[in-house]
Design a protein around this ligand. Structure first.
Ligand SMILES: Cc1ncc(C[n+]2csc(CCOP(=O)(O)OP(=O)(O)O)c2C)c(N)n1
Length: 304
């Protein structure tokens, strides 16, 4: 059994930045089920932003449709609630248009590995510069607990009450097969660990893919908090673990039953998508600089 990440150092740091943390607080009520992993993720994300000294103006949050997507109005700042399965093209477009913004995309396993699986593949191979938080509660929660591509075989779910017959997909096995540059896994019950992993993802200069193993107290009762705690193993506690070794990462990502590896499993930065672009007419500009040449204020006024 792994231990909860020691939060005391983190709490001392955060206590000095209480005001910075509060800027992310929204007035909207949190509406997730009691014990939902989304509470922890929400809190860890705000802590990570605070500790990285990011302000409201520095970050764009893009949310998919799902229980996690219902966090879109629960965090104060620039947020967009996109279409189901489409958060990655939305976030990638924003990140390419304005490289000065930190772009964060959040989506569930249903959206990511069914409706949006094509977008995931191209976001990884293109290494778009954004942080992707993939909430893996192993079901489609918002639509009341149908099987997703990650639901374990044999598990009875709404819509498949006699048990899921298809083989589950292991998210990080797929991700690691696509030449990623940053791959991590963390757990919704360990806010300290999530905070540290999110901070590392925010530092990454390309596509940072983070899987959050997440409890779903309403529709996935077979894997509660304790089930995870009995199986989690931090990579930093593994002897001779080398996070630049892709094959080692692929090997430890495999097991989702006996020992579930958490932490930064793989990290090897390369030239990201924007850095690789050849400047048009030898002038390096971002889209956001180019649109300054057109006055869109008249159009914007029509939305008032
Ligand atoms: C294109 C499309 N397909 C299906 C839906 C219906 N739908 C909304 S949320 C959802 C499931 C969300 O599951 P997941 O992405 O795993 O997120 P969770 O709710 O578990 O956090 C579905 C199927 C939709 N809104 N749009």
């Amino acid at each position: 059994m792994t231990q909860k990440t020691n939060p005391s150092q983190l709490i001392t740091l955060l206590a000095k930045k209480a005001k910075d943390y509060q800027q992310f607080e929204s007035e909207e009520k949190l509406t997730w089920c009691s014990g939902c992993g989304d509470y922890g993720v929400h809190s860890a994300l705000k802590r990570a932003l605070t500790l990285e000294n990011l302000g409201l103006q520095d970050v764009l949050h893009c949310f998919d449709v799902g229980c996690s997507g219902n966090g879109s109005d629960k965090i104060h700042g620039y947020t967009v609630h996109g279409l189901h399965g489409r958060v990655l093209p939305l976030a990638a477009g924003a990140a390419l248009a304005n490289p000065n913004m930190k772009v964060i995309a959040s989506a569930g396993d249903g959206a990511t590995f069914s409706e949006g699986v094509n977008h995931l593949i191209h976001a990884i191979r293109s290494d778009y510069p954004l942080l992707f938080i993939m909430h893996n509660n192993e079901n489609s929660g918002l639509t009341i607990g149908q099987a997703s591509a990650t639901t374990r075989k044999g598990r009875p779910m709404n819509g498949s009450p006699d048990g899921v017959t298809a083989e589950p997909l292991n998210p990080l096995e797929l991700v690691l097969s696509l030449k990623p540059t940053f791959v991590a896994r963390t757990f919704s019950g360990d806010i300290g660990h999530m905070t540290e992993v999110f901070r590392k993802g925010l530092h990454h200069n390309g596509f940072a893919c983070i899987e959050v193993m997440q409890v779903c107290t309403t529709y996935n009762k077979a894997t509660p908090q304790n089930w995870y705690w009995d199986r989690l193993k931090k990579v930093e506690e593994m002897k001779n673990y080398d996070k630049t070794d892709l094959w080692q990462a692929r090997k430890i990502a495999e097991d989702l039953d006996k020992q579930i590896a958490i932490g930064v499993l793989y990290e090897k930065p390369r030239q990201n998508f924007i850095e690789g672009l050849v400047p048009r007419q030898k002038v390096k500009t971002s889209l956001v600089e180019e649109v300054r040449h057109s006055d869109v204020s008249e159009i914007m006024r029509t939305f008032d």
